[in-house]
Design a protein around this ligand. Sequence first.
Ligand SMILES: CC(C)(COP(=O)(O)OP(=O)(O)OC[C@H]1O[C@@H](n2cnc3c(N)ncnc32)[C@H](O)[C@@H]1O)[C@@H](O)C(=O)NCCC(=O)NCCS
Ligand SMILES: Nc1ncnc2c1ncn2[C@@H]1O[C@H](COP(=O)(O)OP(=O)(O)OP(=O)(O)O)[C@@H](O)[C@H]1O
Length: 609
Amino acid sequence: MAALSFIGKPISLISHSDVRYRGILAGIDPAASTIQLSNVYSMGTESRRPPDKFIPPVQEPYTYIIFRASEVKDLAVDDPTPRRNVHDDPAVLGASAPQMNTPYPPYGSPSYQPQAAAVVQQQSPAQVPAQQSRQQPYPARQPAAQPSVSQQSGSVPAQQAQAAPAATRSAAGSRNGRNSSVHTATASLETVERALGDLRVSNATANGAPVHQRGSGNAGGRRGRGQGQEIKAGDLRVPSTDFDFQSSNARFDKAALGVSPRGTPKSEVSEEEATGSSEAKEKAKEADGETAYNPKKSFFDSLSSGSNGPSADARGGRGGGRRGGGRNRREEERERNVATFGEPGGVGLMGPGAYVGGWGGYGRRGGVVGLTGGIATGKSTVSSLLRSHNLPVVDADLIAREVVQPGTPALAQIVKHFGEDVLLPDGTLDRPKLGTIVFNDEAKRRRLNAIVHPAVRREMFWSVLRHWWRGERICILDVPLLVEGGLWKFVGKVVVVYCSAEIELQRLMKRDNSSRAEAAARLNAQLPIAEKLQYADLVIDNSGTLQELESQVVLFVQKLYREAGWSWRISWLFPPWGLLSAVWTLGWRAVRRSQKASARRGSRVPDFE
Ligand SMILES: CC(C)(COP(=O)(O)OP(=O)(O)OC[C@H]1O[C@@H](n2cnc3c(N)ncnc32)[C@H](O)[C@@H]1O)[C@@H](O)C(=O)NCCC(=O)NCCS
Ligand SMILES: Nc1ncnc2c1ncn2[C@@H]1O[C@H](COP(=O)(O)OP(=O)(O)OP(=O)(O)O)[C@@H](O)[C@H]1O
């Protein structure tokens, strides 16, 4: 877990071939014993090798490279300062435009492979159309051809390239022995994790910050993670002191990923697009090329005040699909929610302003909490835990099932666009069949989204209002596409349930009993988890055991309740106050976002963009 805390940090990695790579730590896969970096620059051998064995740097960044841990010689967390432009460096003759918004590309694409044996897979962004790279962060197939040294030789003359750039201090440090941030990863991922774990401890101590003991404490970095290695129930210690989420989140350094939150989410298409009018198609094109947030397509901006909710008997649905157990659980939870909060449709007096106002008074401090993550990172598991702590959860997946029950307008639209074939004999939606269609065809998925999402939004809106009306001070929105749909801007907190893409894939395959290709198709339909981290106010790291997850959730709940305090009551009793504070909250968040964005612009380390 300690090593994972460096996800999102700039890393310098030296392979046994003496090539140094700089990139953002995007994942560590204990099963495959690999380390993934994104936005990677190959710095070449610099002066670690004699001139006749010199390998020059490559100017173009690679969207990602996966390294064999056993072939990693040195690993360092790069000091982001000084912030230099590559053009300031005498070694650099020229450079491509900084890479923005480049998540993991498809593993299966034909790609050039760097020479170092440490490299398992890599992808040059130039070879991946922006949209494709966005859409296919995870491989459905195995990697392409092996490295070619000649291809790697960049246009930088050896002599110039040999002058080690100033920004490569940590690697230089490793050459000259060791600087404080360099650790040797001799032969295993465990060692890499330990090195990072030790580094974390030493950094915290050096900064005067307390070294936080959580669960199994720093030993977490040393124990084998995941892969069924469970800690005994008796080993689980829930600390009585408050968990320092702030410093925990600081470890998931969003800015270090170098992708502006404004730039990444892919907006959803409108209902018009589903009908395929030319104007709508134009809009869809814009959406594809669009990098900035588009309020017209954001979640709440397209809210309708009319309820289009499902009939009471819509609940329950087929449930099964490919993950029957999970769905049954959701349905049971839904039953409990209904028992507690009643059927949808009761509250109709307040518009969206009141909704935000109702929650906005403590939006910053809890209120409506957006829970998201990648597919199968554990959102539902976290939701269940939150419910067991009596927190109300509005589940977008569940609502998405309700709004397509027989007799609903959304189902009629689906049949119109996808044909009767997507119906089962009993008239319900054949979810696995539709899933196979839409997760392998982006246009069709967007069309489905355009049909289903507006109905989901409306229902979620009313659902949250009901919770507020009933005096719930906290409401969790479990929305897989929170970031993609733009809703993240309208919640008080964004909580991302994280695990590495590989763990995600493994859990998805296991849960759905699906092939790697099927699972990858689903995973690729979403923004990569590493990118979602950038939107997080809090990260729940679900890379470890369920017990570890549970202890994080316990602390998270304590924090939520404490932060919610009492001030929410004012908003509840006096809605205009709620409205005002909502405006304040949203304004405050917008200012924070733009401050962060300009800070990022001002302090950009081009190598990591
Ligand atoms: C395609 C459908 C019929 C497949 O149903 P199935 O029962 O196999 O999957 P289920 O609905 O349980 O979804 C499982 C997970 O897939 C992911 N997912 C679902 N839909 C989408 C989508 N349109 N885009 C990206 N990821 C999606 C989410 O992480 C979700 O948690 C169904 O997912 C669907 O109707 N999707 C469109 C509605 C939607 O976007 N739902 C997500 C929350 S609003
Ligand atoms: N810490 C863990 N260790 C092992 N398995 C886990 C852990 N957390 C979750 N799982 C399992 O991983 C699978 C995915 O979890 P879950 O269904 O909660 O994910 P999700 O994010 O809600 O998925 P989706 O996006 O499809 O809704 C489930 O089978 C769950 O039991």
